[in-house]
Write a protein that binds this ligand. Structure first.
Ligand SMILES: C[S@@+](CC[C@H](N)C(=O)[O-])C[C@H]1O[C@@H](n2cnc3c(N)ncnc32)[C@H](O)[C@@H]1O
Length: 205
């Protein structure tokens, strides 16, 4: 049995436990499948990115897939708000990974703290459908502000809420659906070059 398949059941248990404790924050009862991992990596064109941000690393499946596809001299900052998931990320031993315990909302400060340039790709699995719309809009504006001129934002979600919220900030996305994931998952990609200037987010909420 490979080390990956030996770890998978534990990860699913931890994921479910965290969902039961923080349903709105985790937003899903199981981690993304391998089909999703492959699709996210391809849609975000991870192989050609130098600086990558992942929002909501969870049990780290997508994180590992990104690391597996990215260049030897690229950097990945993984931002996770849940301390149990953040702890799980310490299992991933890779000098290119910068784990960060905190909220996606503070993306600009996090990039500054780690002295990282504007990201070429921001990849998000955070649940925009269960967070307040003002927080969601602030996070999306922070992403649009942070991206490199040629950068892209890839979000995956069961619901279409992220696309609705992002429309005034980022415009219309490219869309895909991964039917082999359980449940089927929507994927969206926005390119910074095609976005209007980001709106100023609301100050409260
Ligand atoms: C649906 S899970 C996705 C986990 C993993 N990326 C996957 O695909 O299996 C959402 C993740 O986003 C995290 N999260 C929720 N809100 C967040 C925020 N504001 N900042 C950073 N992470 C957040 C949750 O703790 C959880 O790990």
């Amino acid at each position: 049995m490979s080390s990956r398949s030996a770890k998978a059941p534990d990860d699913r248990v931890v994921f479910l436990q965290q969902f039961l404790k923080h349903p709105r924050q985790v937003g899903s009862i199981i981690p993304s499948s391998r089909y999703m991992e492959r699709r996210v990596v391809a849609l975000a064109e991870v192989a050609s990115a130098r600086t990558i941000v992942e929002l909501g690393t969870g049990t780290g499946g997508i994180t590992r897939a990104i690391l597996g596809a990215m260049a030897p001299d690229a950097k990945l900052v993984g931002i996770e708000i849940n301390p149990r998931f953040q702890q799980l990320l310490t299992r991933v031993q890779d000098a290119r990974l910068i784990p960060h315990f905190g909220s996606a909302e503070h993306l600009a400060e996090i990039l500054r703290e780690h002295q990282l340039p504007a990201p070429d790709a921001v990849i998000s699995g955070i649940p925009f459908s269960t967070m307040g719309p003002q927080l969601g809009t602030r996070i999306l504006a922070a992403i649009a502000d942070a991206l490199a001129p040629g950068g892209c934002f890839v979000a995956y979600q069961v619901s279409a809420q992220v696309a609705r919220l992002a429309r005034p900030v980022m415009g219309a996305p490219r869309r895909q659906v991964e039917f082999l994931n359980i449940p089927p998952m929507r994927l969206y990609r926005w390119d910074r070059a095609r976005m209007a200037a980001p709106l100023q987010p609301a100050a409260d909420g």
